[in-house]
Design a protein around this ligand. Structure first.
Ligand SMILES: Nc1nc2c(ncn2[C@@H]2O[C@H](COP(=O)(O)OP(=O)(O)OP(=O)(O)O)[C@@H](O)[C@H]2O)c(=O)[nH]1
Ligand SMILES: [Mg+2]
Length: 222
């Protein structure tokens, strides 16, 4: 279903989660500005950017929230989880500790907002480095376990950075369309049952028929 708001078809809220220094801000900066810096400046609290992309004939505005990995800012981050459509949970493939925090990071978010499994992406970042501690298969296994998707990226080279945003947006759209369809089919079934109930009771049949008809065709999800 089209959601036309001005010059774009969809607007989604996407959030980056993960331990400190895994490359959340670097991925965001690579995606929004196509630049990378080697210096590390930890995010304080939370930050956000907006980027518009084209997916086929649809224009999608993505509101990207970048949380701080440092523990002392976690309470600030959790207040911004509401309304999230999709999640990138990032770990550093060269740092096992950050991989072991993944489940905890996802749980903190999904305790506050319900996010479909298909809209949770596990991201193994820094795959330009050779000193990896987490193999690709291990990342895949955890993603399977979480029923999430797994991608390896490099904010440094830009590998897969555009792809993860496109794939996440596709999944969010797919999920929203499925939800719309199930919301629309249900009221019709309900009114159909009410109609037959009225018919067999033969009480005020024509009035009931009129009410059922009116409610069914007035609006799809009324
Ligand atoms: N080689 C390499 N270095 C990276 C990559 N991504 C990030 N870095 C480096 O890792 C360090 C941390 O990156 P940030 O993006 O600031 O990490 P963060 O996850 O935002 O950290 P917090 O804001 O503290 O939560 C920086 O020095 C980056 O240059 C990558 O893909 N490859
Ligand atoms: Mg950061």
């Amino acid at each position: 279903m089209d959601q036309k708001y001005g010059t774009y078809d969809y607007i989604f809220k996407v959030i980056f989660l993960g331990s400190a220094s895994v490359g959340k801000t670097a991925l965001l900066t690579r995606f929004c500005d196509d630049v990378f810096t080697d210096s590390y400046q930890s995010t304080i609290g939370i930050d956000f950017r907006i980027k518009t992309i084209k997916l086929g004939d649809k224009t999608i505005k993505i509101q990207i929230w970048d949380t701080a990995g440092q523990e002392r800012y976690q309470s600030i981050a959790t207040t911004h989880y509401k309304g999230t459509d999709g999640v990138f949970c990032v770990f550093d493939i060269c740092n096992k500790d950050t991989f072991e925090k993944v489940k905890e990071n996802i749980k903190k978010c999904t305790n506050i907002v319900a996010i479909p499994d298909s809209c949770i992406f596990l991201i193994g970042n820094k795959n330009d480095l050779s000193r990896r501690e987490i193999e690709k298969e291990t990342g895949d296994e955890l993603a399977n376990d979480l029923k999430a998707h797994y991608y390896e990226t490099s904010a440094k080279t830009g590998e897969n950075v555009g792809l993860i945003f496109e794939e996440l947006c596709k999944n969010i759209i797919k999920n929203k369309n499925m939800t719309d369809m199930s919301n629309q089919s249900c009221p019709f079934k309900t009114y159909f049952v009410v109609f037959y109930f009225c018919f067999f009771l033969k009480k005020g049949f024509f009035l009931d028929l009129y009410l059922v008809y009116y409610k069914c065709f007035q609006k799809p999800n009324g």
